[in-house]
Design a protein around this ligand. Structure first.
Ligand code: BDR
Ligand code: CA
Length: 291
């Protein structure tokens, strides 16, 4: 049985890898791509989505989403040092003739879950602004969507707590309020955080292998990964990078590979811990607070 998936993305380098991973998965029916600013501007990430759709014949409409956060963000500008000026590692990304849909991202999500209640899996690998907006427009979304799987956050497992601050991960830090609204909405959510993605490392020999043996998609992934690997080498000394967004796709395709914990999660929405994800252990009785 195939699963209907909407992919919500700030399509930069690892997002593009995840999109091709989904596109190649026979058990997935990708019914929409929704864009959100983050790794680059909304215009750039939407252009990147249309480019990947066109080049690899991805049969899914692109819906334009949020260009700014709902609440306070940790960032001004875009992480060109990670994803390049154009979000795709500065490879040549020509404009293509395909057009984005006139239905915006949040409306597309709402329409899809209303049309196929209980059947839609949402995978979100950027800021959660579009998902929070869809919840605002459709408060019954938690009952209508099958599940949400995100790449974001960090809980301290395997020593991973943050990549943009000592306690925060980029997707959550870019719109902490949106993330907190999503995590407290009742929508069944699985969070694939840095705890997983920074333990799952792709090295240069992997990308070389893709270039040599995986056709046009392999060549593309190799080319966009150059800037990404160079950036990570400058901080870790290794010619390798974490597998962030593809780890959320991997969870959807093969959840048996993952160990999960049931927990309530809240997000810090201001102060020095802005963007921190806090999980409450259901086995602990906390003396105060609504956890
Ligand atoms: C996340 O932030 C973005 O830069 C990546 O695409 C990924 O979704 C990693 O913290
Ligand atoms: Ca991303």
């Amino acid at each position: 049985m195939t699963r209907k998936v909407i992919f919500d993305t700030d399509i930069g380098i690892d997002d593009a890898m995840a999109l091709l991973f989904l596109h190649g998965a026979s058990e997935v029916d990708l019914i929409g791509i929704t864009t959100v600013f983050g790794n680059a501007s909304l215009a750039d990430v939407t252009r990147n989505a249309l480019y990947v759709k066109h080049r690899f014949a991805v049969d899914a409409a692109v819906h334009v989403g949020a260009g700014e956060s709902l609440g306070q963000s940790m960032f001004e500008g875009y992480p060109d040092f990670v994803h390049g000026d154009n979000g795709l590692g500065n490879i040549d990304v020509p404009d293509v003739e395909s057009m984005a849909s006139s239905t915006d991202a949040a409306d597309a999500i709402v329409a899809a879950v209303r049309q196929a209640p209980g059947e839609i899996t949402l995978i979100a690998v950027g800021r959660l602004t579009n998902i929070a907006t869809a919840l605002e427009r459709c408060p019954e979304l938690p009952e209508l969507a099958s599940e949400l799987v995100i790449m974001g956050g960090a809980f301290g497992f395997n020593g991973h707590r943050g990549n943009v601050s000592p306690v925060a991960e980029a997707n959550i830090a870019g719109d902490p309020l949106a993330a907190d609204r999503v995590f407290t909405s009742g929508l069944k959510t699985t969070i694939v955080g840095l705890d997983v993605t920074q333990e799952t490392i792709l090295d240069d020999s992997f990308f070389d292998d893709l270039r040599d043996n995986a056709g046009d998609a392999g060549g593309f992934v190799h080319d966009i990964s150059r800037h990404y690997v160079n950036f990570h080498e400058s901080s870790t000394g290794q010619r390798a990078c974490p597998m962030h967004d593809s780890s959320a796709v991997a969870y959807v395709l093969a959840p048996e590979l993952f160990e999960t914990r049931a927990a309530g999660v809240r997000v810090v929405t201001d102060g020095p811990a802005l963007g921190q994800t806090i999980w409450s252990d259901p086995e602990v009785r906390y003396e105060t607070g609504d956890w």
